[in-house]
Design a protein around this ligand. Structure first.
Ligand SMILES: Nc1ncnc2c1ncn2[C@@H]1O[C@H](COP(=O)(O)OP(=O)(O)OP(=O)(O)O)[C@@H](O)[C@H]1O
Ligand code: SF4
Ligand SMILES: [Mg+2]
Length: 347
């Protein structure tokens, strides 16, 4: 069996907010990532989907080693990244690259785009002439005129800047590209071009993608597997098509239903906002993180945290409905479950 390229194990990360000028005291603590584990295989595309504030970017940044977890392990190609030496980590930095949401702000306005693309290669010791020549070939790979390397970011459109950001991320020949909302700042017409470019590049370079998005539709188009995140936890994982056709977790079902009842180009963002409204009702005690909103809530959901468990070959769900003795199936989400506690509905 193929070894995973990336293994994430029980990652936790909280942010604290402090107040007071002389005596700093913690006034709030947010669990941004709360016990996340998953594997990603070479050449695979895994989608990380969830509403705003669900912890997607925090998890992506931990994997890219831009921030440290409070707890947990990140393994890359069989090595524990959280424990490798500095020198070894320099090598891994080539292997894992990130593309961020806002292309213009991620490029240095004072550098030509050729210099921006060549920068990571220079950092890894490549001679300047060779690095600039490679920048030209990367411009071509991402569908831009290679002779435009002497121009500056402001001379390009948003979509072109994202192509340049992708070229820069590809420069060190990474094995994993983390794409954090790579098209959500772009016009809908340009989004499809960038998504197709990413698919084309993957076909040519056999690179793995961790694709972060609000948008279940885009994730279905781009990703082999999907992880659904809510409040720092993965509540459902499985093949993207299966999840889209028949969601198994009440949260995923709600997320999809909200999307399907909305029209227009903004529907995905609206759905994310709607889910965020729902998040305000959540309980901050133990038990299931979705108990405050779930229409199927059972008495023990209040204090017993459901673990992410396989319900069939490829699908895993963190929900007490799927306890072995119940024989519950995803299609049963259509029916009201006997024993469910009615939930306070939003007015
Ligand atoms: N630097 C920070 N300081 C304090 N809290 C933070 C910080 N970064 C993130 N958070 C909080 O952590 C939680 C997760 O944030 P994160 O940015 O990872 O979510 P996200 O799923 O990427 O959201 P979005 O879809 O809006 O980008 C949120 O509640 C957020 O407010
Ligand atoms: S049934 Fe219980 S465990 Fe499942 S999502 Fe609802 S509240 Fe959570
Ligand atoms: Mg984010």
């Amino acid at each position: 069996m193929t070894r995973p390229l990336l293994s994430v194990r029980d990652i936790h990360r909280s942010y604290t907010t402090t107040s007071g000028l002389i005596r700093r005291r913690v006034v709030a603590s947010t669990k941004a990532v709360d016990g996340v584990s998953f594997d990603l295989f070479p050449g695979e595309t895994v989608g990380l989907v969830g509403g705003s504030g669900s912890g997607k970017s925090t998890l992506a940044r931990i994997i890219a080693r831009l921030i440290e977890p409070d707890q947990g392990e990140v393994w890359f190609d069989g090595e524990l990244l959280t424990e490798v030496s500095r020198d070894r980590m320099r090598l891994f930095r080539r292997d894992i690259q990130v593309v961020f949401q806002d292309p213009l702000h991620s490029l240095n306005p004072r550098r030509t785009v050729g210099e921006s693309i060549a920068r990571p290669l220079l950092n890894f010791g490549m001679p300047k002439r060779a690095a600039l020549a490679k920048a030209e070939s990367l411009m071509e790979l991402v569908g831009l005129d290679p002779s435009a390397t002497s121009r500056y970011p402001h001379e390009f459109s948003g979509g072109q800047c994202q192509r340049i950001a992708i070229a820069r991320a590809l420069a060190p020949e990474p094995r994993l590209l983390i794409l954090d909302e790579p098209v959500s700042a772009l016009d809908v017409s340009v989004q499809a071009q960038i998504l197709n470019l990413l698919r084309e590049i993957q076909g040519k370079l056999d690179i793995a993608y961790l694709f972060v998005s609000h948008d279940l539709g885009i994730v279905r188009y781009m990703c082999d597997r999907t992880l659904v995140m809510y409040r720092g936890q993965i509540l459902e994982s499985g093949l993207s098509n299966d999840i889209h056709k028949l969601p198994a977790h009440p949260f995923t079902r709600n997320f999809l239903d909200t999307i399907l009842t909305m029209d227009g180009d903004e529907r995905w963002l609206d759905a994310a906002a709607a889910i965020e409204d729902v998040e305000e009702e959540r309980s901050d005690g133990g038990g299931c993180v979705y108990q405050g909103t779930c229409a199927h809530r059972l008495p023990h959901c209040r204090d017993k945290t459901p673990l992410l468990k396989s319900i069939d070959g490829s699908r895993s769900v963190a929900c007490h409905l799927y306890a072995e003795e119940t024989g519950f199936r995803p299609s049963d989400l259509n029916a009201k479950y006997e024993g469910a506690i009615p939930c306070k509905s939003k007015s």
